[in-house]
Design a binder for this molecule. Structure first.
Ligand code: PLP
Length: 457
């Protein structure tokens, strides 16, 4: 570790990518990361995973965690409850989702979605509709790394090699401008899938209301959501929103659902709820879902060891109170459009940039083939990973996905700065990202020229 970076050959950790050299992060301050090899990196992605929404080293959150840990940090919630859990549930319902009725705490996004899925199934079983199990979801999505949640995405490159373990759910192509600008094609496909499976077998429609990693800041048109609502009423399935990224203010409203003409039955949140100070997620459901359990078996016993633990809930409470006290969701709402405009302006001259999208502090940049400004880039170039590497050379942390192999989206870069980022820091993010794309574009054009010289398109 002396040189400050770690390779798979020299660590006891099983790393994600065995060919990468991993810099070790020593500390964070505000929106800046400091690595053991002496670098200072501007974090445009809230800890790389849209989590650290308040930035690093917030003394009030650290103090709240310390106070709770001194009192009691952990207790299993099977036979007991605790004050932080009770208060956080109350505050979530008051502040974030007044139309929801109950909250179940978990430790992260995958657990939240897995729990949402189980709750949706339980709702139908409690009402005697035991044949309802199947889920229809958007193909271009990410819902987590457990076998239950992995089955919800249609992204082939994520599902392999685990398909033998994955339930056979059904997937809709995304309603992007490229494939389905009005949302009507997705509705027609939804009708076909409902018919194919049988309307009485559908338990839920599960989706990211505004896309995150898989299709950053993409939102299907209103017509799609209205049509989904009509079909929910006609066929009796539930609508579950994965707001693990978008929830708790990321898109400039407490929930992305607040920007859509449809209300979900179940919502999962995660990431920004603990804001990187504790592992925390939550599932919120309507009174109708709760009533089904109340009048039925009266138990939803499945859970995880850390569900509702006092330490993580005390952190969640401190995070929520800070968001409220500093009016940070409004800040994201007000500054988001300007950030998007600045990013669009600084990227408008690049042939490799196809689309720049944004909702609050969730922004997405789609890269395209500069030869026609529309096609996806060749899969084997893996330009997404160039973006992340070159951004780091410019002292900037962004997150990109190499998703075009699935056929629905090109290489995508996601920017998700902390809500507390200063205006100067937001300006620097835009500048450093434009410098990154200038380098990426040069490299892409060189590679494509070399290829066509070799006759391999
Ligand atoms: C939209 C969405 N849902 C769920 C998850 C899974 O959350 P976690 O990694 O906390 O389990 C993620 C993680 O990136 C996500 O982006």
């Amino acid at each position: 570790m002396a040189k400050g970076t770690v390779h798979a050959d020299e660590t006891s950790v099983l790393p994600r990518f065995l060919d990468l050299e991993y810099p070790s992060v020593e500390r964070g301050e505000g929106v800046w990361l400091f690595t053991a090899d002496g670098r200072q990196i501007l974090d445009a992605c809230s800890g790389g995973a849209m989590v650290a929404n308040l930035g690093y080293g917030v003394p009030e959150i650290v103090a709240a965690a310390e106070r709770q840990a001194e009192r009691i940090s952990y207790f299993y919630n099977h036979h007991f409850t605790n004050e932080p859990q009770e208060r956080l549930a109350d505050r979530l319902l008051e502040v974030v989702a007044p139309e929801m009725a109950r909250v179940r705490f978990v430790s992260g996004g995958s657990e939240a979605n897995e729990t949402a899925l189980q709750l949706a199934r339980l709702y139908h079983v409690e009402r005697g509709q035991t044949e309802r199990w199947r889920v229809i979801s958007q193909a271009q999505a990410y819902h987590g790394a457990t076998m239950g949640t992995l089955a919800l995405t249609g992204r082939r490159t994520l599902r392999e090699p685990f398909t033998p373990y994955l339930a056979e759910h059904l997937h809709l192509p995304p309603s992007t401008d490229r494939f389905d600008p009005t949302g009507e094609a997705a509705l027609a496909e939804l009708d076909r899938l409902i018919e194919l499976s049988g309307p009485d077998t559908i338990a839920a429609f599960f989706c990211e209301p505004i896309g995150a990693a898989a299709l950053p800041a993409h939102r299907a048109p209103d017509r799609f959501w209205q049509g989904l609502d009509e079909r929910r009423r006609a066929h009796g399935f539930l609508v579950c929103f994965d707001e693990v990224v978008t929830g708790i203010g990321r898109v400039g409203t407490w929930l992305a659902a607040d920007q859509l003409p449809i209300r979900p039955d179940i919502v999962a949140v995660g990431k920004g709820l603990g804001a990187g100070y504790a592992p925390l997620g939550a599932v919120l459901c309507t009174q109708e879902i709760y009533d089904a359990v109340d009048r039925g078996s009266r138990e939803f016993d499945l859970g995880h060891t850390w569900d509702g633990a006092p330490l993580s809930c005390a952190v969640g409470l401190a995070v929520l109170e800070r968001l409220v006290a500093l009016d940070l969701v409004r800040r994201v709402h007000d500054l988001g459009p300007r950030l998007l405009e600045n990013l669009r302006t600084s990227l408008q001259h690049f042939d490799v940039v196809g689309e720049v999208r944004g909702r609050g502090f969730l922004l997405g940049v789609e890269l395209v083939d500069p030869r026609d400004g529309r096609s996806f880039l060749p899969v084997d170039l893996d330009v997404a990973s160039w973006v992340d590497d070159i951004a780091l050379e410019h002292g900037l942390l962004v997150t990109s996905t190499h998703s075009q192999a699935d056929g629905y989206a090109g290489d995508q870069t996601l920017l998700a700065p902390a809500f507390t980022s200063g205006e100067d820091e937001l300006g620097q993010i835009v500048e450093r990202f434009a410098a990154t794309i200038a380098d990426v574009e040069r490299r892409v054009k060189n590679s494509l020229t070399t290829r066509s010289g070799r006759g391999q398109e």
